[in-house]
Design a protein around this ligand. Structure first.
Ligand code: ZN
Length: 274
């Protein structure tokens, strides 16, 4: 199942288009996304029977498919990225937040502020239910779905004031997510997905999620041991190597460039910088 946001209404991506959830469920669910995540298990049961499109799938209609109260993001979670960043691999997940108002749709423009903005393609995990102290073997049962995310980072702001990662990664529009949320049952090996991003067609990052230092189940265990997950919360799981600010010379996003972010089995984000 693929859950999308079509013109600010919850919709399922089906074989020949999209199915508006309020229409398809006779008003039981939709049009808002947040209550769907709040009642995820019941929704998933009902949504499984929705197969008929109510309209065409139009890329430009797609908005951000998540509506989280809490956004977790992991700083260093691929060994090659820790090496290029000149830091030792952490013993526990280095965690910050992206404030939810930075989230954006899969094809939205990225409104750049300043001249040190960087790309970070990431696997995004959407949490299915309220949870505290999740066990590792049960962790995937707490995942509603997976999406592609871009943790756009203003490096100057991020490293100001002796590091303020949350603020430096939370400018408006600096968190494209999508193109939809795919349930794990649709993905044959959810722990080993190819992940890539390109800038104007030039590959910048390329890895597999099996290279994560802290796997998706491990992140769910570690984070839920400290905080309580709420349904619909999301986790940006960290970015592979190939970011711009560590290059010689450094490279940053420029107005007019097209940033494409792709994960196997999920889909592609395409965001124009302006
Ligand atoms: Zn990141």
């Amino acid at each position: 199942m693929k859950l999308a946001n079509v013109k600010d209404r919850a919709a399922l991506v089906v074989a020949d288009g999209v199915a508006d959830i309020e229409l398809a469920t006779a008003g039981q669910f939709g049009p808002e996304l947040a209550p769907i995540y709040d009642d995820w298990l019941d929704f998933a049961d009902v949504a499984r029977n929705v197969t008929e499109a109510t309209g065409p799938l139009v890329e430009a209609d797609l908005g951000c498919p998540v509506s989280p109260r809490q956004v977790f993001a992991i700083g260093i979670n691929y060994r090659a990225h820790s090496e290029e960043s000149g830091v030792t691999s952490p013993e526990v997940p280095g965690t910050f937040t992206k404030f939810p108002t930075c989230l954006a749709g899969p094809y939205d423009d990225i409104p750049l502020v300043g001249d040190t903005n960087d790309w970070e393609v990431e696997l995004v995990v959407v949490i299915a239910r309220r949870a505290h102290h999740v066990q590792k073997a049960d962790a995937w049962n707490h995942v509603a779905g997976l999406a592609v995310g871009q943790d756009i980072s203003d490096r100057h702001l991020q490293f100001a004031a002796a590091d303020q990662w949350s603020l430096g990664k939370s400018r408006s529009g600096y968190g494209p997510v999508g193109p939809w949320v795919v349930t794990p049952d649709e993905i044959s090996k959810p722990d080993d997905l190819a992940i890539r991003c390109s800038l104007d067609g030039e590959t910048m990052q390329q890895a597999r999620t099996s290279q994560l230092i802290f796997s998706v189940p491990r992140l769910i265990v570690e984070l839920s041991a400290i905080t309580t997950f709420l349904p619909g919360d999301i986790v940006f799981t960290g970015t592979p190597s190939g970011v711009g600010y560590v290059r010689q010379p450094p490279r940053y996003l420029q107005p007019g460039q097209i940033l494409e972010s792709w994960i196997e089995g999920i889909g592609t984000l395409r965001n124009r910088c302006r």
